[in-house]
Design a protein around this ligand. Structure first.
Ligand code: NAP
Length: 291
């Protein structure tokens, strides 16, 4: 087994991003700005937003934190988003999800200006991802793509794992992970199969994968008999178990003697998600400055 170390790759990309911010601030006398919006007091969401703000500091991105009470209405959230859309110091807007009290975020997400949508969740950016024909177009157009899926691509590229022509099986079809990661794999010329809860003969399908991406949210679901010898396994899952530890969607202990490349949980995809948020904020800044 070879571990794909997301923490190390992420640190190396963050160093590059820090250098990029320095270079951009010399050119424009400005630094990129990220506005975070946290509605309510959910402890996990507070930790996530805190990590994002800290990561911004690390690379020199200016952050603007906007806490709102759990009682904030959709109109109040949208009103704040519109102010941030109009603020020239803000290049990216991150609305921390989920919203409290089971509020659906769609209208709020749709009110974020697509060119500040650093989470890549606005229908314009999600739609653009299905229209591009290649990875080169994604890079050249500085497309804002959902952070976790983008992190998966960078993990593979930094680990020198070829995607072109490979059989990629994606477990999960969510708008946040499964669908965008499938589109990114397609743009990188993989042959992509998307599996979900109604897929039949799942193991037969995953066994054909050169690259298996698990994003289903079920701890230790993927066992040895899902995986082909020599495959690369990207475990997106983050599942908190009764013992309070984090587990991926892959049963890491059960597969660790296999001849595979694999991302651990924690320390695999997770650190890349925030790194890609920084990356997207810098892309948004470059676009706003016509760079
Ligand atoms: P989600 O919206 O709940 O989607 C789960 C997907 O998995 C659905 O498409 C579902 O199929 C499919 N699925 C569920 N059970 C299945 C089964 N038994 N066999 C095959 N497919 C099955 O979850 P998500 O937002 O995509 O997140 C997935 C996991 O990634 C979670 O553990 C989440 O915490 C983690 N995550 C991690 C990061 C990170 O930074 N590392 C970021 C985002 C998410 P149906 O569509 O048929 O229901």
């Amino acid at each position: 087994m070879k571990i794909i170390n997301g923490k190390e790759i992420s640190q190396s990309i963050r160093q590059d991003l820090k250098n990029k911010v320095e270079e951009l601030s010399k050119k424009t006398s400005r630094v990129p700005g990220l506005a975070t919006i946290l509605v309510g007091e959910d402890p996990a969401s507070k930790v996530y937003v805190g990590s994002k703000i800290k990561a911004c500091e690390q690379v020199g991105i200016k952050s603007f934190h906007n806490p709102l009470p759990a009682t904030a209405t959709q109109e109040e959230i949208i009103d704040l988003i519109q102010k941030l859309n109009a603020n020239p110091e803000v290049d990216g807007i991150l609305l921390q999800l989920p919203l409290p009290n089971g509020q659906t975020p769609d209208k709020c997400i749709n009110s974020i200006s697509p060119d500040k949508d650093v989470d890549g969740l606005h229908p314009f950016n999600a739609g653009m991802l299905t229209l591009v024909k290649s990875w080169k177009e994604i890079v050249d157009q500085k497309l804002l793509v959902s952070c976790t899926p983008m992190g998966v691509v960078y993990l593979l590229k930094y680990s020198n794992i070829d995607i072109q022509g490979k059989n990629v099986v994606v477990l999960g079809r969510s708008n946040l992970v499964g669908k965008p990661v499938s589109m990114l794999m397609l743009a990188n010329n993989a042959t992509v199969t998307i599996a979900h809860s109604r897929t039949q003969n799942l193991k037969e399908i995953t066994k054909k994968a050169d690259i298996l991406i698990a994003a289903i949210g079920k701890a230790k679901f993927v066992t040895k008999d899902f995986i082909k010898d020599g495959a690369t396994v990207i475990d997106v899952g983050i599942n908190r178990a009764a013992d309070k530890k984090l587990y991926g969607d892959v049963d890491f202990e059960a597969v660790k003697d296999m001849n595979i490349n694999i991302t651990p949980v924690p320390g695999g995809v997770g650190p890349m998600t925030i790194t890609m948020l920084l990356h997207n904020t810098i892309l948004a800044f470059e676009r706003h400055n016509n760079l």
